[in-house]
Each structure stands twice: as structure tokens, then as C-alpha cells.
Design a protein around this ligand. Sequence first.
Ligand code: KG4
Ligand code: ZN
Length: 345
Amino acid sequence: MALILGLESSCDETAASLVTSDRQILAHQLAGQEAAHAPFGGVVPEIAARAHVEMLAPLVAAALAEAGVKLADVDAIAATAGPGLIGGVMVGLVTGKALAMAAGKPLIAVNHLEGHALSPRLADPDLQFPYLLLLVSGGHCQLLSVEGVGRYRRLATTIDDAAGEAFDKTAKLLGLGYPGGPNVEAAAREGDPKAVPLPRPLLNSPEPHFSFAGLKSAVLRARDSGRYRDADIAASFQQAVVDCLVDRTKRALGSIAERPSALVVAGGVAANTAIRNALQGVAAAHDLPFFAPPLWLCTDNAAMIAWAGAERLAAGLTDPLDVPARARWPLDPTAEKARGAGVKA
Ligand code: KG4
Ligand code: ZN
């Protein structure tokens, strides 16, 4: 059994966690920065990087104390090395390198997206490769065939905004504050999902790509019309996102040659109950098992980074101490750019 210390600092959560290769989560420490970014309505990279500097070392100490272990007991140190806000990624990776050097233990540079992609396997030992993964977060919206550790085939991506970004922008338009996803979900519970006619971008298009920019503009027009309650806009927006995610996932399931072992959803937006329930329905219709991590494991955390480290260590994948931090780092480097305006991923 191996014990892995994981560090996460790629966006606005600073986190340290201790996880074993047999899936025990011995420590889970996390400090959000919501209060620091709230006045700006979004994450300010410079504020985030400075907060990571202040928080990471105390969180590592707290994680070791929570688990009742010493740094010398750790078998490897896994740190997010990208993609993300480069200042924050550098803070976490440099801290990981320093700890690895001091303890004389291997360093594992983890792709944050691989952390999300493998997180359902930390939650459930029954989940086997290959699986079809809908990875929905603040920065990404992708369908991936997860074929093994370090082996990802991207089937689809967004041609403009990520799903979480659409939730955050809708929250901002409705004055629901930051971070938007949970607030929009709460507002949607009080609203009618059929009240506001909103578009479903790319619905039925042959390739399973995503688009959310037009939906955001339609939310803006609905709000400016003054004809609708905010709760109805939130509910109708969430339903439009659900419909798009369901349609695109079905399209991907229909297009892959090898039948996956399961349908899986991960990433911050996977914390949304309406989205989880809808995807569970897709899995049932295709007679596939459905996996979604518990809510705390969907949004950014270090347990998923430690777990990805455990999976990589078991596969013999460690990194040299000069491994670079990367602002951009696709999981599938062979994937072609999605066709469409404003391509980001
Ligand atoms: O994975 P994550 O914590 O960070 C990134 O790697 O991006 O995802 C954060 C995103 C944010 O856009 C947030 O609004 C969204 O996940 N999110 C949600 C919910 N909880 C978090 N979106 C919809 N419903 C939720 N309950
Ligand atoms: Zn994330």
C-alpha cells in the first residue's frame, strides 16, 4: 500500500490531502478563496496566487496532523502541474518539488483534468477502464474515452464557453454572486424550467461538441426583457444545459466503436443534481452503469490529485524535479481543434 500527499492550487481552492492506494482518504484539507474574489465577481489570478502562497504550507501541516503521519511516511508527492492559472500552479508545483526533495520521495506532476477524470475511481473500486467521461468544470466541457491511466481520447469539447463558465456568467447576470453554479441550482429549484424559451446550441449536430455562448446571450436578453422571474430564468437555463449535455452524451455514445464499461460524470458541474439525474437516465437507457463522485469530490480538491498520483505511481509514472508548470495541458494532445468560432480548448 502506498501513501500519497496531494496538492491542488490551479484555480481558487488551495488543498492538501493524504490518500492511500487502497482508497482511504486519511486527510482532506481545503481552503476556498471565495471571500477574496467575491467583490470582483470572478477569480483574480494575482489574488489567487498570493492566497495559495499563504495557505498551502499550513494546509500540508494540517493534513499530516489529521492523518497522524509524518512527511517521511509518505511514499510520493503529487502536485497539480497544470492546466490552470499559472501563478497558482507554480506555487503548488514548487511546494511539491520542495517537499519531494526534502523527503527524498518521488514527485508526480498531475494534470488537473486527470485528477477529475480518475476521481470516480477513488470513490468506487468497481469502475473499470474504458469508460465514457463527461468532464464538466469551470474551464472545461469535454467528452473523453478514458482508456487507462494517462490514456485519454477526446471525443468532443466546447467551441466557446465551458458549462461551469455558463453557470457562473448566468449567476452574475442574475445577481446571484460568485461562485455561480450552486447559486443558480438553488434559484432553479424555485423556478419553472419551461417558463423562458432558451436555445439549445448544437442540439442534434453530428459531432458531439458543445457550445454555451449563445445560451448566455439569450439569458441576458431574457433578463433585459423584464418579462421573467429570475428563478424562472435560472430554471430554464439549467434545463437548457441539461438538454445539451444529454443530447451530446447520447451522440458520443452512439459514435464510439468500443462499448464503454460505464457512463461517468466528473468536475465541478457534476455536483449539480439535475445534471447527475439526467445523465443517470442516459446511462439507464443505454443499459450502462452510471458513476458520479460524491459532491465534495466533484469540485476542486486535493484528494483527486493524490489519487491520480497513486494511479500514476502504480503505473511507474513519476517526474523529474525540473518538470514545468503548464497553463495549458490537454489530456489528449492528439485531439484536433473543434471547428467553430471562439475555440478555446
Ligand atoms: O472543477 P471545478 O471546481 O474547477 C475547475 O476546474 O474549473 O469547477 C468549478 C465550476 C464552477 O464554474 C462552478 O460554478 C461549477 O463548477 N459548479 C456548479 C455546481 N457546483 C459547482 N455548476 C452547477 N451546479 C452546481 N451545483
Ligand atoms: Zn477542476
